[in-house]
Design a protein around this ligand. Structure first.
Ligand code: ADP
Length: 675
């Protein structure tokens, strides 16, 4: 599958590329005999007066004086302001079977008369219809068997006065021959257009299969499809698909105007967004031109086709910019861009040759190179897309390997988490048993049930209890860190009054802190501020910061807890006048297992997890934490939380309960501090 699709496309394109030149071989394009009527054309400007019966008088007027001569392909040199003109042409001698006229004309409505009778009409001469361009179409007009030497009168209304090529072709012959000739004459366009559409649809198919590298395939596919559809809509062969002049005009406009949109996005993708600003602007400009043209048409201000000149100018400028952009990125050129540039350069030079040959060389050759340029460019585009496809395939292999290893890591961390959860249970249960046993012994001691003679054991009991708490804290912190790392710990956000939560927590530890000779003050500039927060996590954060403030302060110091709120955020700061932190250590303290004082003789206990956990918890709530400190003077930690509400709850929560559970939490969080 990996190489089948691109292989198939490229073989097909090359095969068709080989067939096309042979189509041009004269013996293959053996045009069926018809008679081209190039000379003997005459015209009169304006519309014909009508006789009493309402028949146009010019139909029967054989006085040659007022008819002017011109030859086709061409446009009658003068037309009146209405764009109306009468043309007459003498039919050649001949006796074809099923005689008919093959008439190719651009952008006009017309009627054909013969023997004083209307024999064919296209479009309508009423005022409203004349505003809409009928587009370029060929017509096969049936003739009576005895047509030789008779005049055919054509009444025409050119919808676009500026449009040249009023009459492109006029041939008399058998009906079947006309059709065969038309198909043969337009075969190259048909083949090229079908190739574009086919390649485009194939690329679209690839883009659905490939998810990661999809956009380049989508832009490539849309460029190809719009180019293919435009080629068909430009060619009069379109009416073989279906006959709806106005509809084809819109298809032409939409497909033609979208080519630069998708093309510049394709180039942008190829250049890996290096000049995305310029290329995306080009895409936007052309998209606007398309939308505006369709709107002008819808509001009947001007037919969409009238904006073609604007399109051509912006298209030329855009293509020059695209070329410059590709050239500027020369240093980044890889095989894909090189192939693309070569194809594009050939297309541009072939196109330029045609423009100069047909417009500036009076004795120009009939050579028309653009279609070959288009073919070369299409083949180069196919190569580019196949190179990209193969690259993408390789990337997919790399990604899938990456994915596998990530999956492995995930499974490992899950196992780790399960292990920690088990261990925590195993550690906590015996710890809790020891703790409750100590408490029970203490109780018995106090009520005199047991007596320890001679020594005061209360300090031993206290130390045992405190070290149990410390172990519990360590286990809790380790588990939470693991849970956060693996994304298992999620905040339970509720709309609550953050000021009250912080105040309650501070109050709950105030007595304990004061008992250590440290003063604590709570202050706020807002009475109440309801935000989405998780009170349990806030409690954890606050107890951690407060225990640090106490741990690193000496008796006589003071702690200030302050809540400041505004529209955007809430800032909770915990300020102490403790030992402070050295400046070069400030960045490290939120790192895991970092302690500023690592010496064995340090006078503070801890594991270096507290602040890293606090940081993770604050970030989980959508906020961040900062620290400022002056060594020897004190520190201030600021927790900034976003002031937003969750949709779910509007109830203001109950105050943090200062119950046994909370007391236990305080005991655990403050367990590092020796009394
Ligand atoms: P520990 O469990 O060691 O306290 P933390 O992560 O809570 O771990 O803190 C890391 C380090 O940051 C501490 O060891 C201490 O050196 C420093 N620190 C934290 N808070 C303060 C504070 N209020 N004053 C001075 N130093 C502090």
């Amino acid at each position: 599958m990996k190489k089948i699709v691109p292989g198939f496309i490229i073989t097909l394109v090359i095969l068709i590329g080989c067939i096309i030149p042979s189509l041009n071989d004269s013996h293959l394009v053996d045009y069926m005999p018809t008679t081209k009527v190039m000379g003997g054309w005459q015209y009169r400007n304006g519309d014909s007066p009508v006789d009493k019966k309402g028949n146009p008088v010019w139909l029967t007027d054989n006085n040659n004086v007022s008819w002017e001569n011109f030859s086709i392909p061409g446009t009658p040199p003068e037309r009146d302001a209405n764009g109306e003109v009468w043309v007459r042409v003498k039919l050649p001698e001949g006796n074809y079977k099923d005689p008919s006229i093959y008439f190719l004309t651009y952008n006009q409505v017309f009627q054909v008369f013969m023997d004083n009778k209307l024999i064919y009409s296209f479009g309508s001469f009423d005022k409203e219809s004349l505003k809409k361009s009928p587009g370029s179409f060929w017509h096969i007009i049936d003739l009576p068997d005895k047509y030789s030497g008779k005049y055919v009168y054509i009444r025409m209304h050119a919808v676009l006065l500026s449009n040249t090529g009023l009459v492109r072709s006029f041939e008399v012959g058998s009906r079947g021959n006309h059709i065969t000739n038309i198909v043969k004459a337009n075969l190259i366009t048909i083949v090229l257009a079908s190739m574009f559409v086919f390649v485009g649809i194939s690329a679209l198919f690839i883009s659905f299969v490939k998810v990661r590298e999809g956009s380049i395939f989508i832009y490539f596919s849309l460029s190809c499809i719009s180019a293919g559809v435009w080629l068909i809509s430009e060619n009069s062969i379109k009416q073989m698909f279906f006959y709806a002049p106005q509809f084809w005009t819109y298809i032409k406009i939409i497909s033609q105007y979208s080519i630069p949109v998708t093309f510049s996005l394709l180039v942008n993708n190829l250049l890996e967004n290096r000049y995305s600003h310029i290329l995306k602007t080009i895409a936007k400009v052309h998209l606007y031109i398309l939308i505006i043209s369709l709107m002008l048409d819808a509001l009947t201000i001007t037919p969409a086709i009238c904006t073609l000149n604007v399109y051509y100018i912006s298209f030329t400028i855009s293509m020059i910019i695209v070329i410059v952009t590709i050239a500027k990125s020369y240093s980044y050129w890889n095989t894909e861009i090189r192939t693309f540039s070569a194809g594009f350069a050939i297309l541009c030079s072939f196109g330029t040759f045609d423009i100069i040959n047909w417009n500036f060389n009076p004795r120009h050759s009939d050579l028309f190179l653009t279609q070959w340029g288009v073919l070369v460019f299409l083949i180069s585009l196919c190569f580019v897309i196949i190179l990209h496809y193969i690259k993408a395939q390789d990337k997919v292999i790399v990604y899938s390997e990456e994915l596998k290893s990530k999956e492995k890591v995930l499974i490992e961390s899950k196992q780790q988490l399960e292990f920690f959860a088990n261990i925590s249970h195993e550690l906590r249960t015996p710890l809790n048993i020891i703790l409750s046993t100590i408490q029970l012994l203490n109780l018995y001691k106090e009520d005199g049930s047991i007596k320890v003679i001679g020594k005061d054991t209360s300090n031993y009991f206290k130390s045992m209890k405190q070290n149990c708490y410390r172990l519990i804290r360590l286990v809790n912190n380790l588990i939470d860190i693991t849970k956060i790392d693996s994304g298992y710990l999620k905040p339970k956000l509720e709309n609550q009054d953050i000021v009250m939560i912080v105040e309650d927590i501070t109050q709950s530890v105030a007595d304990y802190i004061k008992s250590r000779g440290i003063s604590i003050i709570f202050d706020t500039d807002v009475e109440e501020q309801v935000i989405a927060c998780d009170s349990e996590k806030i409690e954890r954060i606050m107890l951690n910061l407060l225990s640090n403030a106490v741990k690193f302060s000496k008796p006589g110091a003071s702690i200030l807890v302050d809540v400041h709120g505004d529209k955007e955020s809430v800032v909770i700061s915990v300020k102490d006048t403790g030992i402070g932190i050295e400046e070069d250590k400030l960045n490290d303290i939120f790192e895991r297992f970092v302690q500023v004082d690592k010496s064995f003789t340090r006078n503070h206990e801890g594991s270096g997890i507290g602040l890293s956990l606090v940081k993770s918890l604050v970030e989980m709530l959508g906020g961040y934490i900062t620290v400022k400190s002056e060594y020897g003077k004190g520190s201030v930690f600021k927790v900034v939380l976003p002031s937003i509400l969750t949709k779910e709850t509007y109830k203001v929560s109950e105050p943090v309960e200062i119950d046994a559970v909370h007391v236990e939490k305080v005991n655990i969080e403050f367990s590092d501090i020796y009394s």
